[in-house]
Design a protein around this ligand. Structure first.
Ligand code: ADP
Ligand code: SF4
Length: 682
């Protein structure tokens, strides 16, 4: 296939300082939970983006000095010459596919807690550090010598970056994480010397460091600036008009302007809260200020939307972090006219949760993300079958669909059966909940792929039993039959079950997703799951005019979503919908007209009136078929939620893992390739 000429513009080369990017696809810096701990895995991941056609591929933020360390988070480090080989491997992998390698140098200012180095953090102004855990650390205000030292450290890091082979060396003033933004913003700069006060003064350090970096490496490296267009703090913080004034003052100084929003939760909004292109209103004024290329982001996965923003003069290059994670081959697929092969990001931020949990990133849509090196998985390729076999898969949820797709790609004969009238399992149901429609892409992409495979057949409305399974006589049976939400209160707060009175109206998320509704108007949603489900169901029922109280043993609603950057937006939405939130309370019992709770600190009991209770607690594997099959002597494998209930990302990964292992002499996961890098001794 060839590409549609409408998209030719996306493949025009663009000059960036001394380099030329071969097209307009720009993988902006993004965190990944691998950093200095997993350098080879990280290099392979970046190399995969280059292979997939991204003309520029960047690192995440790279610490330039031990005096600004962001431990416990695992980012790259360029503290000394010792770090150069690690960085060089990343640049090398990117260059193998003729892409340009970018490095985002970062001094984190007051957002470094220096938990590793134990240095006192330095900042534009003295203040408590920005910290997820509210660490008891404060930053001191930098004096002139500190400023000189910072400039020296940045310059050294730029030289080391060049030595490591990078083509683009960033000056970072974005996401509230880079010190040059802290100087630029009145919200974090209260200085009264020539680095504080007027915009010109607040922009001084940024300008000086751009000049330093150009001077140090500008002959052979491009110097982009990544800048926050909005801090969402009202007039006290940066807003587009003022940032545009700052950009106008330095318009031609850097080689590229890379625009984003601050903080990270505003920049990487989920599909629950924003649409593709959501940053356009904030960045649209920049291009007219400069002749240098402008890069913007906004979860772009549609080539038409990409062409539109370029033609309308909003940006020159399509920046992407998440779309490049979900599909490292997005540019290639557009280039080859294979649009329906694009695995579109669903905007769930599972990837980001792994930066916060300091574990290698993963992706709901792309199970090979983070597995390129350690398991040798490729987003587009998989080894052909060793021998013919017929695999029967029961359950067409994310695990079953991914297993079917990947086994099909290997050339095996696959039959996939589901008792439901539609494919997709939990995804088909969850994508009908408020704000989650994009999640349907997990099913849609796999269905499209399977539809192209003559060796994969899908049968719906086919409830399978040991008898029907035996009749089919497949060589192997894979059960991906999912999990069911519990209705007895078992969760993290109580591991036994709650005291539930006869006749109490109890519902589970499955009930609500299947269309059942509470008997009474006063509903308690008890959320001991802490991810999205409790909050989403509160939204659903409130919009249907139920009076909803969300009870949680956590201090906040949907507390895990802090890691997906959504918690504040969720709580704000629930408050706006008039959902009552009862925090720090666990469930003890349910009567017909009230629930009995206890305080998580004191254990003191309390009562809350409720006609109906929705229990969002734990899930149990649906594995009755597995046990029934075992009794008949038919061997089967379980994968996904029916083996271990987890995220959709985990189910997709489990499906892929089965397909990768199928046919190996010892397909047990312990024997699959799983590499790790062991630190060399000093
Ligand atoms: P996962 O997340 O692990 O993929 P899901 O819950 O999304 O699991 O999907 C499980 C699917 O399995 C559901 O679509 C369900 O209808 C199907 N299923 C469960 N038991 C059977 C069965 N006995 N026969 C056919 N389909 C089944
Ligand atoms: Fe997109 Fe979710 Fe994948 Fe992140 S994990 S890239 S948000 S699909």
């Amino acid at each position: 296939m060839t590409r549609d000429p409408r998209y030719d513009i996306l493949f025009e080369p663009i000059r960036i300082g001394p380099h030329v990017a071969r097209n307009r696809f720009f993988q902006v810096p993004h965190c990944n939970g691998m950093g200095y701990r997993d350098p080879s895995a990280l290099a392979a991941m970046r190399g995969m983006k280059a292979e997939g056609g991204w003309a520029v591929v960047c690192t995440e933020m790279v610490e330039i000095h031990h005096g600004a360390d962001v431990a416990p988070y695992v980012e790259l480090r360029l503290w000394s010459d010792h770090d150069i080989p690690m960085l060089a491997r990343i640049a090398e992998k990117i260059h193998e596919h003729s892409s340009l390698a970018g490095i985002e140098l970062c001094h984190s200012g007051y957002t470094a807690n220096n938990l590793w180095s134990r240095e006192v953090p330095i900042a534009a102004s003295a203040m408590p550090t920005g910290s997820y855990f509210n660490d008891p650390v404060q930053a001191r205000q930098m004096d002139k010598e500190d400023i000189r030292n910072l400039r020296r450290a940045h310059r050294k890091a730029a030289l080391r970056s060049r030595e490591a082979g990078f083509d683009l060396v960033y000056v970072y003033a974005g996401h509230g994480l880079g010190i040059f933004q802290h100087f630029l913003s009145r919200a974090t700069n209260y200085r009264n010397d020539e680095y504080g006060g007027s915009l010109e003064n607040r922009a001084r350090l940024l300008r000086e460091v751009i000049e330093d970096t150009k001077d140090a490496v500008g002959d052979s490296c491009a110097v982009p600036v990544r800048i926050a267009m909005h801090e969402f703090q009202g007039a006290a913080g940066l807003e587009p008009a003022e940032v545009e004034d700052a950009i106008a003052m330095m318009a031609e100084l850097p080689d590229l302007w890379d625009l984003s929003l601050s903080d990270w939760s505003h920049d990487s909004q989920t599909s629950r809260f924003s649409e593709e292109g959501f940053q356009e209103p904030y960045i649209k004024g920049v291009k007219k200020l400069t002749t240098k290329p402008v890069v913007g982001v906004g979860r772009y996965t549609s080539p038409d939307a990409m062409v539109r923003v370029i033609r309308r003069g909003i940006m020159d290059m399509i920046g992407a972090a998440r779309p490049s994670i979900a599909d490292p081959f997005l540019p290639k697929k557009i280039e080859e006219g294979r649009l329906d092969d694009i695995r579109e990001c669903i905007g769930c931020n599972i990837c980001i949760t792994h930066d916060f949990t300091m574990t290698p990133l993963r992706c709901t849509q792309n199970p090979s993300m983070g597995e390129e090196w350690r398991r040798g998985w490729h987003p587009e390729k998989i080894r052909p079958k060793e021998a013919d076999a017929h695999v029967l898969i029961i359950g067409a949820g994310p695990a079953g669909l991914e297993a079917a797709r990947a086994l099909g790609q290997r050339g095996l004969q696959v039959t996939i059966a589901d008792k439901a009238s539609e494919a997709g399992g939990r995804v088909a149901k969850e994508c009908r909940l408020p704000g989650l429609s994009a999640w349907g892409r997990v099913r849609d992409w796999r269905m499209l792929q399977i539809a192209k495979m003559p060796n994969v057949s899908l049968y719906l409305e086919s409830a399978m039993t040991p008898e029907t399974i035996a009749e089919l006589g497949a060589d192997h049976v894979l059960l991906t039959t999912g999990a069911a939400w519990l209705r007895n209160g078992t969760g993290r707060h109580i591991l036994s079950s709650a005291n539930i009175a006869d006749g109490a109206d109890i519902l589970t998320p499955d009930d609500l997703m299947n269309g059942k509704r509470p008997a009474g108007r006063d509903v308690v949603i008890y959320d001991d799951d802490h991810y999205y489900m409790g909050g989403v169901l509160a939204e659903l029922l409130r919009k249907e005019d139920y009076a909803v109280t969300l009870v949680t043993p956590s201090a906040t609603a949907s507390s895990f979503t802090k890691a997906s950057l959504e918690q504040k937006a969720i709580q704000k939405r629930l408050i706006g919908l008039d959902v009552k939130i009862e925090a720090n309370r666990g469930l003890v019992g349910i009567a017909r007209d009230h629930v009995i709770l206890d305080c998580v600190f004191t254990g003191n009991p309390s009562k809350l009136a409720a006609a109906s209770t929705v229990l969002v607690t734990a899930r149990a594997p649906v594995d009755d078929l597995f046990h029934a099959l075992a009794a008949t002597g038919i061997a089967a494998t379980r994968a996904g939620d029916c083996y271990g209930p987890g995220t959709i990302a985990a189910a997709v990964h489990a499906g892929r893992k089965f397909a990768e292992g199928f046919g190996l002499a010892e397909p047990d996961h312990l024997d699959l390739p799983f590499r790790r890098e062991v630190t060399g001794l000093a």
